[in-house]
Design a protein around this ligand. Structure first.
Ligand code: SIN
Length: 519
């Protein structure tokens, strides 16, 4: 595997020095940055700008046991069941036991969770939760409102320097696997020297043809960590959200119809008008996400259709407009009134349970390298993430990464005398190859997989990766193509290695198993 994207010696590149570099401007990156003590100099690298992170798109909310009828124990069991029993139980305990405290901290930082007239937080239900424990902001604008508050706080911190439009290309390490900083591409390659590097670059949606993520979410941090030799885990587990808006006219990432719509009474229907989830799972439309996505996929395949419907006409216009303003307006712009029409929906890639393996403090297998948020694999989601545990993971583990950095013994770092290899001028048709990778992952690495399909896709991605590795890569789309092929291959390889169907990893013709007591 090619070790570095950059092909000039680090010591010849413009260099700035920090105590900590955080790559990623989503909730995990910002929350980590805000929890790092103000005496440390922090560089925050953002691939596009702070207004373009997937955390901003999170609608439904953030799960935590904050109500009297709930407890971390019940949240723990729900998380473990949804994960098909594959979650890391110690880290799930960390997640659920710290949930309530981090919610209170967010409120202290100025986040306004929706509340009733007495000021009590409102909570709703989502798939596979036995309690209504999803807090939300602005109805269905939870991610946006939390992020706006975090962004404004980051902007006030003089110890945090934000580098927008900077692509993390490489994590620099010494021979002994200690981290020395990163290489980033803005207008040109530059080195940001630091002994503590946090990867918070989010997931992998851009590797798939249909995703609710921004298409620039191409697993760049995971790929850079892999090139640096960090251990990855659970790479076969890719989550498909059951209800993205089916809008064949749009070539953008797919718009999400929050699971909270089903939490408030929405029912899935097929083209015959049948409420098919009634017969497929004890929790019906609020079954775990992997189950619902697979059942929709089955309906679509059997009926030869490319979508099903979500019916929330049982609620009136006023209620829907207030509870789901973002969704209501988006659908209206596309000719659909939630209170009058069925909403056409289909499953789409949404989240990645795999990533850079970390412990409960976000520490990876490399000294000085941390990961948190979707790029990390703490193991809390196992084979399928429980709805609305992702924003919670960002704050719980982001805060622990910061704690570990605040307590670290920070030393002066030197750059290694690396002289990376020279490569030939690129003749790649990057656009065509990118589309081909996305299609392969969608068709063969998606909701339903087979050994033959996985091998076929692996063969293609291996060729793409080899071509990229031999080329002099200079642009973001070229770096993305390399990263997509690299991370896509890891997903396919892990999927091939796991022959049983479990959680989000469904192998056609293999019986489904779960390692935790049934519902
Ligand atoms: C949603 O609102 O359905 C998304 C929440 C999540 O991904 O957990």
């Amino acid at each position: 595997m090619r070790r570095y994207i950059v092909n000039s010696p680090f010591k010849k590149l413009p260099t700035q020095e920090f105590d900590v570099v955080i790559a990623g401007g989503g909730l995990s990156g910002l929350y980590t940055a805000l929890n790092i003590r103000s005496s440390l100099r922090v560089a925050l690298l953002v691939k596009a700008n702070l207004a373009q992170a997937n955390s901003l798109l999170a609608q439904g909310g953030i799960a935590a046991a904050v109500k009297d009828d709930d407890s971390p124990e019940i949240h723990y069991k729900d998380t473990l069941r949804a994960s098909a029993g594959l979650a890391n139980t110690d880290n799930v305990k960390v997640l659920v036991e710290n949930g309530s405290a981090e919610i209170k901290h967010l409120a202290l930082l100025g986040v306004k969770f929706d509340s009733d007239d007495q000021g009590n937080w409102l909570t709703t239900s989502e798939g596979a939760h036995k309690r209504a424990r999803i807090l939300h902001c602005g109805g269905d604008a939870t991610g946006k409102l939390i992020m706006q508050q975090m962004i404004s706080l980051v902007r006030t911190r003089s110890n945090i320097e934000v580098f927008e439009n900077h692509f993390l290309t490489d994590i620099i390490t010494h021979q002994d696997n200690t981290v020395a900083g990163v290489v980033a591409m803005g207008d040109h390659f530059k080195v940001l020297k630091a002994g503590q590097v946090v990867v918070a670059t989010g997931g992998i949606g851009g590797i798939y043809q249909h995703s609710t993520n921004y298409s620039i979410t191409t697993g760049d941090g995971i790929a850079a960590a892999l090139r640096a030799g960090a251990r990855l885990n659970n790479m076969e587990f890719v989550q498909f959200h059951p209800t993205a808006f089916y809008n064949p006219g749009s070539n953008k990432s797919l718009f999400l119809i929050s699971e909270a719509v089903r939490g408030e009474g929405g029912i899935l229907k097929n083209h015959k008008g049948e409420a098919f989830m009634q017969f497929r799972h004890k929790f019906k439309d609020l079954a775990p996400r992997d189950v619902v996505s697979r059942e929709i996929f089955r309906e679509m395949t059997e009926a030869g259709t490319d979508h099903v419907f979500l019916d929330i006409r049982s609620k009136g216009q006023k209620y829907l407009q207030t509870r789901f303003p973002t969704i209501f307006d988006h659908l209206k712009e596309n000719g659909i009134s939630m209170h009058n029409h069925l909403i056409p929906v289909l499953p789409a890639q949404h989240y990645f349970m795999g990533g850079i393996q970390t412990n409960a403090y976000g520490q990876t297998s490399l000294q000085g390298l941390y990961a948190c948020g979707e790029a990390a694999c703490t193991g809390v989601h196992g084979a399928n993430r429980l709805a609305s545990n992702s924003l919670l993971e960002c704050v719980v583990f982001g805060s622990r990464v910061a704690e570990s950095i605040n307590n670290a013994n920070l030393k002066q770092v030197d750059l290694p005398d690396e002289n990376p290899a020279k490569y030939t001028k690129s003749r790649l048709d990057i656009k065509a190859l990118t589309l081909s990778v996305r299609k392969m992952m969608q068709d063969y690495g998606g909701i339903a997989r087979s050994p033959q399909g996985l091998v076929h896709a692996l063969d293609h991605l291996t060729k793409v990766m080899a071509m990229c590795e031999l080329s002099d890569l200079k642009s973001s789309d070229a770096f993305e193509l390399l990263n997509m092929s690299l991370v896509g291959r890891e997903i396919l390889l892990a999927a091939l290695a796991r022959r049983e169907s479990i959680g989000s990893h469904y192998m056609e013709e293999e019986p489904e198993i779960a390692l935790y007591p049934v519902w």
